[in-house]
Design a protein around this ligand. Structure first.
Ligand code: ADP
Ligand code: ADP
Length: 227
């Protein structure tokens, strides 16, 4: 479990990205982590890694992910609790894709000493038809997890990762049937977290239906403006 007394500076560096699949959480969280030097904890990436490595966690998680469901809370709480407790998270972390249920949010409170007031929460909102366009065009590097989009962010060479030359793939759960379930799981189980965090944290609703750089500029500005 993470140390409770991380200090004020560390609290301002605890950031949560909320938002439906395809909203741009990974895009923005990745850039924020790189620019500000904060660890990014992307639970989808961690689970996909676990599946690729054939770990026990990966084997338990795979059937839920492939069909577009949520992986059971206790697995996620254990995985994130272990990750947050590591030394590189002492000065803060960015959560991308966690929590996704109220039970997970309560788990997060417990693992960080009951201080959701110290979190900055960005809820990225994007209209549903645009989410569908983003998800259907998303392509992923299975090696480094870099994300592309066929139309709006293509790699330099078609189908090949700019960073490491791997062949890009479409995530199984970005196909139509799984996407429908993911969006309904978001509505039923993740959306209630908006009210949860609005009542407890520094909460910002972000219009994600704008160019990447514009969204990123707003996030940076909000973080600069302090608590
Ligand atoms: P999430 O992590 O919320 O599922 P991603 O960051 O993976 O979302 O983005 C989903 C897809 O949309 C990716 O293909 C990404 O390149 C693209 N995308 C991200 N942000 C934008 C944006 N502001 N405008 C257009 N496309 C975007
Ligand atoms: P997206 O970027 O499209 O929002 P992610 O890459 O974050 O999706 O997650 C992919 C899948 O991994 C989810 O659909 C779900 O099956 C599983 N997953 C990731 N994070 C969680 C979580 N916090 N709780 C339950 N399942 C999760």
């Amino acid at each position: 479990m993470a140390d409770v007394e991380h200090g004020v500076a560390a609290l301002a560096r605890r950031i949560v990205f909320l938002g439906p699949p395809g909203a741009g959480k990974g895009t923005q969280a990745g850039r924020l982590a790189a620019v500000r030097g904060i660890v990014r904890i992307a639970t989808g990436d961690m689970l996909r890694d676990a599946i690729a490595q054939g770990t026990a966690l990966g084997k338990q998680a795979a059937p839920f992910i492939d069909r577009g469901g949520l992986v059971p809370d206790e697995l996620l709480i254990g995985m994130v609790g272990e990750r947050i407790g590591r030394e590189d998270c002492r000065d803060g972390f960015i959560l991308d894709g966690f929590p996704r249920t109220l039970r997970q949010a309560e788990g997060l409170e417990q693992m960080t000493g009951g201080t959701p007031s110290g979190f900055v929460v960005f809820d990225i909102e994007v209209p549903r038809d645009e989410l569908l366009r983003r998800l259907s065009g998303r392509r992923l590097c299975p090696t480094c997890q870099a994300t592309y989009h066929l139309q709006t962010n293509p790699p330099a060479t078609v189908g090949v990762c700019d960073r490491d030359g791997s062949a890009l793939v479409q995530r199984e759960d970005d196909k139509e049937t799984a996407v429908a379930l993911r969006l309904s799981e978001y509505d039923a189980r993740t959306k209630p977290l908006i009210e949860y965090f609005r009542a407890r944290s520094r909460f910002h609703s972000i219009d994600g239906y704008r160019p990447r750089d514009v969204v990123f500029g707003e996030l940076q500005g909000l973080l600069e403006s302090g608590p």
